[in-house]
Write a protein that binds this ligand. Structure first.
Ligand code: HEM
Length: 498
């Protein structure tokens, strides 16, 4: 009995165990399936969460190009963006200049575009610009070589050695220009005068060229070259693009010669002194096997002049315009700068670049000028793969326009955004230096000339307001195709001592 019970018991126990195991496995399988189903539907929902931004393609072929350009001729060029933002949201799609474009007016989305982790985006310019730039231009290349070039130039332009040295040069050029106004009883055009100052600084920083025939030749050819940046992309004899490409060829010849001469002198004298200019920086790197190829130095020196040539004089000119239109801000600025001038005179010391940068109200005037003038109003990119940001899907091959000006002119970011108010920066403090203030772009392609530009503008404004009383005539800002003054900002200056 006991034996029978025992073996029966074992059998029942074994069967029960099997049943329990099968049940458990079945339950686990069901649970897994349920989990899989749930995961799938979450993924599906995630996928559905990312949508191509809403918007309109406009008219066949021309899309919304005419409205886009027309808004550039008004005093509120962001009106094109504002209208679509109110209809479709902060990120929308449109069709301008022959391209399907996603426009971002959202600082978070624009930040991701500018950071460009994983190299999902590359620069995207109108055809006339890409034709003129050359394939290895810093403004066009992507990936490791771009990173190397950007870092080399950025480190040089931000270095204390350069700023120490260039401060003397900038002062000399500014003071010389200002004193040339003395004799004239004097009406002058700020836009022309500032261009003369900044061009000389630019060629000095990039290739150590001073005033003279060579500089005049570079200036002449460069001006001819950049006339073609915005034109019909037709390269036939007589067309604008053709003439600009010819000018670039002549310019390349001149710069090639300068690079060759420098290379020879570097071979003779060694590389023990700190680099004097951008040519030195690039030549030293070109010695490495994975460094900058020698044959693209001259082209890049010319192409680095493009973002630097018009932007700084425009910022100087608009700062003068905003100041003469706002006498209280001007008076405040004069007071701060006269105070520094007195201190320097009393101590018989030269100015250092940090003296200029320590003028807090002046720095706030520069911030406010850069915010309001939106000299580079947007950056253009092309998606190299499908990109998903903040619920939006940008299909591969589409262009993306990160509208910097929309963020600067949005009342969610800046109270009373159309008002010139340098005092707002005191209230905003360091909070301002994030994704809502991007006059110099951001991320991988953040302008390497940022600190140099600020220094140039600070030195110019300091000597201007401590030397002259200013009175300007009426003039208007034009925003298309580039920001400038309609009448080049005519002003009358009277020496302060009088
Ligand atoms: C107020 C003056 C300036 C403004 C507002 C400005 C603005 C900008 C902006 C927005 C970008 C980014 C473009 C993009 O992401 O596609 C940029 C890039 C650049 N800027 Fe400036 N810039 C100024 C002055 C200068 C100066 C003086 C230089 C040269 C000495 C310079 C050299 C460059 C270069 C080489 C790039 C390309 C960087 C790259 O793609 O890696 N900029 N600038």
């Amino acid at each position: 009995m006991q034996r029978w019970l025992t073996s029966e018991g074992w059998a029942v126990a074994a069967i029960s165990l099997c049943v329990v195991c099968v049940c458990r496995v079945w339950m686990m399988m069901m649970k897994n399936k349920k989990k899989e189903r749930e995961e799938k539907s979450v993924l599906q929902r995630e996928e559905e969460r990312f949508v191509i931004p809403r918007g309109s393609w406009g008219w066949p072929l021309i899309g919304e190009t005419l409205e886009f350009i027309a808004s550039g001729y008004t005093s509120t060029p962001v009106s094109f963006m504002e209208k679509r933002k109110s209809l479709y949201g902060d990120v929308f799609r449109t069709h301008i200049l022959g391209k399907a474009i996603v426009v971002s007016t959202d600082p978070d989305v624009s930040k991701v575009i500018l950071q460009n982790h994983g190299n999902a985006f590359m620069p995207c310019y109108p055809k006339s610009i890409t034709e003129l730039l050359g394939k290895s231009s810093i403004l066009q290349i992507n990936g490791a070589l771009h990173k190397r070039l950007h870092t080399l130039i950025g480190v040089f332009l931000k270095s204390a050695q350069l700023k120490d040295r260039i401060t003397r040069d900038i002062e000399r050029i500014v003071v010389l220009t200002l004193s040339s106004w003395m004799g004239k009883s004097c009406q002058l055009h700020v836009q022309d005068e500032t261009k003369k100052i900044t061009f000389e600084i630019l060629v000095r920083v990039l290739m150590s060229i001073g005033p003279g025939d060579e500089m005049e030749c570079i200036k002449r050819e460069f001006e001819e070259f950049i006339k073609g940046l915005i034109c019909l992309p037709v390269n036939l004899p007589g067309t604008r693009l053709y003439k600009s490409l010819k000018a670039k060829k002549r310019l390349l010849k001149v710069v090639d010669k300068i690079v060759e001469a420098r290379k020879t002198s570097m071979e003779d004298n060694g590389e023990n002194v700190p680099p004097n200019d951008a040519i030195d920086v690039l030549l030293r790197d070109s010695g490495d096997s994975d460094g900058i190829p020698l044959d693209f130095i001259s082209g890049n020196i010319i192409e680095m002049m493009i973002p630097g040539e018009e932007t700084v004089p425009t910022a100087m000119t608009l700062a003068v315009k905003f100041l003469v239109d706002n006498p209280i801000a001007l008076a405040h600025m004069v007071e701060e700068n006269i105070e520094l001038r007195k201190r320097k005179k009393d101590s018989c010391e030269d100015y250092s670049w940090t003296d200029y940068m320590s003028l807090l109200f002046t720095q706030n005037v520069i911030n406010e000028t850069l915010r309001l003038s939106n000299i580079i109003n947007a950056v253009w990119r092309k998606a190299l793969k499908e990109v998903k940001i903040k619920g939006y899907l940008i299909p591969e091959g589409w262009c993306v326009l990160a509208s910097l000006s929309s963020v600067h002119m949005d009342e969610m970011n800046y109270e009373n955004p159309y008002k010139f108010d340098p005092w707002r920066w005191k209230k905003m403090g360091s909070a301002a230096y994030n994704s809502i203030f991007t006059p110099f772009g951001g991320g991988q392609r953040l302008c390497p000339g940022l600190e140099l530009s600020r220094l140039e503008i600070s030195i110019f404004l300091h000597h201007l307001v401590t030397t002259y009383r200013l009175s300007a005539e009426r003039d208007e800002i034009i925003y298309f195709p580039t920001v400038r003054m309609k009448r080049k900002l005519p002003i009358t200056v009277t020496p302060l001592e009088q």
